[in-house]
Design a protein around this ligand. Structure first.
Ligand SMILES: Cc1cc2nc3c(=O)[nH]c(=O)nc-3n(C[C@H](O)[C@H](O)[C@H](O)COP(=O)(O)O)c2cc1C
Length: 441
């Protein structure tokens, strides 16, 4: 029997009209209402998933490229995921919900109080996916910090949030009904924080967390050296984006573990979940068909791949000649290097590859069985999960997808029974909340 791993769902297109343009969008998909997300959250919990991470982007991008984001709803609109969380908690009992929160956008006192409130309301199931994007700074009247400075600000932000959470010292909450004493004010920490990015005073106007439950869970997705250092210092869960072969998974885990130890923590303090987007089909013959069908994409397919990429890259790739190299100059200086590297792919070149070659690589699908991609039967997917658990000591996976009911069922209907049968996926929860679920195996 294999050992258990942790599973999460990354609601990767965020709280918006994902599925737009797909034939299944008409599946009564009222994306701005809570009902379908509540249904999905219940199903993820029933499936044995520990947490749901909700992606977010605060901004619709630069004024000159708004069209790329909204014409086909590739990048917006998006509603605030923090406000979706209480609806999901109301629909579930064990599932952790961790909305994406930009450390530059939520003032720390407000964030500390809202997160504390959600931790209480949810029975210790709240977490925050802390991100540092700076492109939305202009919406908040804030300066656009550099990459590393944004991480420095996030460190200070989280540090002072934690201080606020713990500003009710030991014994401050009395709760003695007989004597009528609710709290001991002398044990509240009225600290004054005067930092590089924030100035504020404590204590927090919120009750401390339940004994033993711990603070809300901190998730982080950044993969740069600075991002990994941030995770080593602060995170309970790292959302890891890396090639999914054993050597790469081991190397990534090693870097996070080093960062944890450098910050006086134990490697086991951070659950590392690798992002995967499987395409699960019914039979090996179906795998062959899906892979073969993607081998020679038509120009229409290439254009739709490029349209989806254009939104994140704030650059209209659909108007460029497919048979010429695009060259690095086509992207504005503000466009993320990581997003550009992701477009070009490993071993590709922006200077010499034609746009057709780049888009074709993106459009092609590969198989779990030979490591060329993520199409497979449920058994092949389970082999892949089991193998990385054994050979790379992997903690688990975050499955990237929208919360459209069709997407969820395509994934869960086949994979869950197979993973359960092999003892890789939990079939019950302890009841202690998200932090407890992440550490109970
Ligand atoms: C899997 C994954 C998920 C992410 N989700 C978000 C998100 O929801 N919102 C956001 O603003 N940034 C998101 N990011 C971007 C990171 O927060 C970060 O800004 C970016 O990865 C650059 O940091 P880095 O150079 O340390 O990787 C995500 C990154 C990854 C790898």
């Amino acid at each position: 029997m294999s050992r258990l791993q942790h599973f999460g769902w990354f609601f990767g297109r965020g709280f918006g009209p994902q599925g737009w343009g797909r034939p299944d969008h008409r599946w009564n998909y009222a994306w701005q209402r809570p009902d379908l997300y509540q249904q999905s959250a219940r199903e993820l919990e029933q499936a044995g998933f520990d947490l749901l991470i909700i992606e977010d982007a605060l901004s619709l991008g630069s004024p000159s490229t708004l069209r790329l984001r909204v014409d086909s709803a590739y990048g917006g609109p998006k509603h605030d995921p923090l406000l979706l969380a209480p609806y999901l908690f109301a629909a579930t009992t064990h599932l952790g919900v961790t909305p994406t929160v930009n450390a530059g956008a939520y003032a720390p006192y407000l964030a500390a109080r809202q997160f504390a409130t959600l931790q209480h309301l949810s029975g210790n199931r709240f977490g925050a996916n802390v991100v540092t994007d700076v492109k939305s700074a202009r919406h908040f009247g804030l300066p656009e910090l550099t990459h590393d400075a944004a991480y420095d600000r996030a460190e200070e932000w989280l540090g002072v949030i934690r201080r606020l959470w713990h500003s009710w010292g030991s014994g401050a909450y009395v709760g003695d009904v007989d004597s009528g004493r609710f709290a001991d004010a002398s044990k509240l920490d009225a600290f004054e924080h005067r930092g590089e990015y924030f100035e504020l005073d404590g204590p927090l106007n919120a009750l401390p967390f339940d004994e033993g439950a711990g603070d809300p869970v901190i998730v982080s997705p950044g993969g740069s050296g600075r991002g990994l250092a941030f995770a080593g210092h602060n995170s309970d869960v790292q959302l890891a984006l890396a090639p999914l072969d054993a050597a790469s998974v081991r190397a990534y885990r090693g870097r996070i573990h080093e960062a944890a130890v450098a910050n006086g923590r134990a490697p086991s303090d951070i659950t590392i979940l690798f992002v995967v987007k499987p395409e699960i089909v019914d039979s090996p013959a179906e795998v062959d068909r899906v892979v073969a069908e993607s081998e020679h994409p038509t120009d229409d397919v290439l254009r739709s791949v490029l349209a989806a990429q254009s939104s994140d890259l704030e650059t209209d790739l659909t108007v460029l000649d497919l048979d010429r190299p695009i060259g690095p100059g086509v992207f504005g200086q503000h466009v993320s290097q990581g997003t550009i590297a992701n477009l070009v792919g490993r071993g590709g070149s922006l200077k010499s590859d034609t746009l057709r070659q780049i888009a074709t690589r993106k459009a092609r699908k590969g198989r779990f069985t030979d490591g060329s991609g993520f199409v497979g039967t449920a058994a092949q997917f389970a082999d892949f999960v089991e193998e990385l658990g054994e050979s790379a000591d992997n903690d688990g996976f975050i499955i990237n997808g929208d919360l459209h009911p069709v997407t969820l069922h395509r994934m869960l209907d086949r994979a869950v029974p197979e993973l359960r049968a092999r003892g890789i996926l939990r079939s019950s929860f302890g009841g202690g909340g998200l932090r407890a679920n992440l550490t109970d195996f």
